[in-house]
Design a protein around this ligand. Structure first.
Ligand code: GLN
Length: 200
């Protein structure tokens, strides 16, 4: 099973290391030909406005949109979650997203880098123990539309993890804390999607 990591910008190496540790073949994706070879894709954390510009400059934005609509499993963390959101609040002028997730996310919802924080988060779909979640200039999911499901909320009720069919997103960064359960969950989504593809 070959899983891609969008490698235009951000912490793609950390994601690649987790996926490889879980036994996946990893392909770094910078070009449409590389995207065409993968059965799933991780969009890393970084800076969504830069990722947006680079994905358009590299001719990847449209192929990414097509892949999402065709049902490619995609997991976005932080900036990656912003890239997957149908609506981005507080984006820079002209910022676009790939979209697919029926959510509105607010960029930098917790303030600047200095306001980054860590917390324990209950994620029922992953079971116990709670996830140690690191938020770095993180977005928050302000509106969870009817097609998306909240997977985790902060104590104040704000949504920070969502799933919608083949799309998964977290405001925080499991790839930097040794937390592998989100990536395991994602790899199950990838193999389920492959199985369904093989059956049809
Ligand atoms: N604030 C960044 C953005 O808007 C996301 C930060 C991150 O990915 N850690 O893209």
């Amino acid at each position: 099973m070959t899983v891609g990591v969008l490698a235009l910008q951000g912490d793609f190496r950390e994601h690649a290391a987790v996926l490889a540790a879980l036994g996946a073949e990893v392909e770094l994706v910078r070009r449409p030909e590389e995207l065409a070879r993968v059965s799933g894709l991780v969009i890393p954390g970084g800076e969504s406005s830069v990722m947006d510009k680079l994905s358009r400059a590299f001719g990847l934005a449209e192929p990414l949109r097509d892949a999402v609509h065709a049902g490619l499993p995609v997991y976005g963390t932080c900036a990656g979650l912003i890239m997957l959101a149908d609506t981005v609040l507080d984006g820079i002028a002209g910022q676009q997203s790939i979209g697919g997730l029926d959510i509105s996310v607010r960029r930098n919802a917790f303030g600047s880098q200095a306001e980054s924080f860590e917390t324990e988060l209950d994620v029922p779909v992953l079971g116990a123990p709670p996830v140690h979640a690191v938020f770095i200039r993180a977005p928050v999911v302000e509106v969870v539309g009817p097609r998306a499901t909240a997977l985790a909320r902060l104590a104040d009720g704000r949504c920070v993890a969502v799933q919608q069919g083949n799309l998964l997103g977290t405001s925080f960064h499991p790839e930097i804390t040794g937390e592998h359960r989100f990536h395991e969950h994602f790899l199950r989504m990838v193999s389920d999607a492959k199985f369904r593809g093989a059956a049809s």
